[in-house]
Structures are given as structure tokens and as C-alpha cells.
Design a protein around this ligand. Sequence first.
Ligand code: DC
Length: 204
Amino acid sequence: MPFTIAIDGPAAAGKGTISKAVAAHFGFAHLDTGLLYRAVGAKTLKGVDAIQAARALTPKDLEDDSLRTPEVAQAASKVAVIAEVRAALVDFQRAFAQRSGGAVLDGRDIGTVICPDAPAKLFVTASAEVRAERRFRELEGKGHQTSFADVLADVIARDERDMNRAEAPLKPAQDAVTIDTSTLTIEKAVAAAIDVIDQKRKDA
Ligand code: DC
């Protein structure tokens, strides 16, 4: 039986970590939908038209390590405002969500637009400062030259764009359960997510 878990939230709130842990716990497949937008964003940085890039995207395009850079994140957030780009990526995401073994999708509009009927929806968030601090440490750890102020400005700019766009803006679905990870350890956040999903699986 397909069982879809939709996990949305702003950048660096812990969605990715929680999604991977939840997928491993339940034995479900996991799709980080941000990678689709990052792959399109990365192509635009090489001069390709965003809509063409989205229409021509293949799973292989998602396997690129450079998709994790701050430049690509900003480019992803910019192409994500284009309705035709979003439309080109819908079918792939919905097909993934219907996998017979169960699926976890994380992104910005999974619970609101891509899988509005998902039986389990989480909105994972944290304060902008906490998210920037985490992202700053992660980038430093990878040897990127950057400052906390720059990372915070990046996080805020991306939040603004993601929350205020006309198409599929970032917001919790009405029936999503919010987990604020600002003061939670990874273990506590994952445990909270699993509790919510266990309950939804019982109700389904
Ligand atoms: O989750 P992420 O940081 O990898 O996402 C990069 C950008 O892609 C994000 O700033 C907005 C966009 N995005 C989106 O609009 N919808 C999604 N479902 C996932 C990501």
C-alpha cells in the first residue's frame, strides 16, 4: 500500500535529516524535492533556460555534488517561482509519492500542492538564527569561506522568496503537524516525527 509522508519547511530547519531518518525507520523511499529545483538552478547558472531545463531533467541530473552550494540554493529558489518550472516537476514527484513500499518527500509544497491527500504531513521549522547557525557550521565544515552574517542574510532572502511567491508558497498545510527544532536535538526531533507518523498510520 502506498503511504506518503509529506515533510515541508524552510531551509536548514532539519527537514533533510528528519526525512532520511524517518524513511530509514519505516523502510520507505525518500525524495529530497529541493534537489529537483537545485538541478534546474544549477543549469541556469550554466546559461540554460529554466523552463527547458526543468522539462528535460533526468534522475541523473540529481546526482551532482555541486548542487549543495549556496549559489545553487539561491538559483534554485529563483527558478522555483516560475510556474512552468514547477509544473514540469509535478508528475515525477507524484509518481514517486505513489511507490508501493511507501514514500517520504520533503520540500516546500508537498503537503499543500504535490500530495494534498498525504495521510501524514509535517512542517519542520526553526528560528532563522538557529537555521543560519547550522548552515554556517555545515559550510565551514566543508571548507567554504563564508561569514555567519552572510549565511543569515541568505537564509532570510530564501525564506522571503519561498514564502511570498505566487505559486505554491511555503506554508504549513492545514492538517500538518509542526515540529520546531530550534531547541531540539536531532534524536528528539526524529523521535517526535516518528511519533506523529505512527499515530497517523494507526488512523489511516
Ligand atoms: O530544500 P532545498 O534548500 O534544497 O530547496 C532549494 C530551493 O528549492 C528552495 O529555496 C525553494 C525550492 N523548492 C521549492 O520551491 N519547492 C520544493 N518542494 C522544494 C524546494
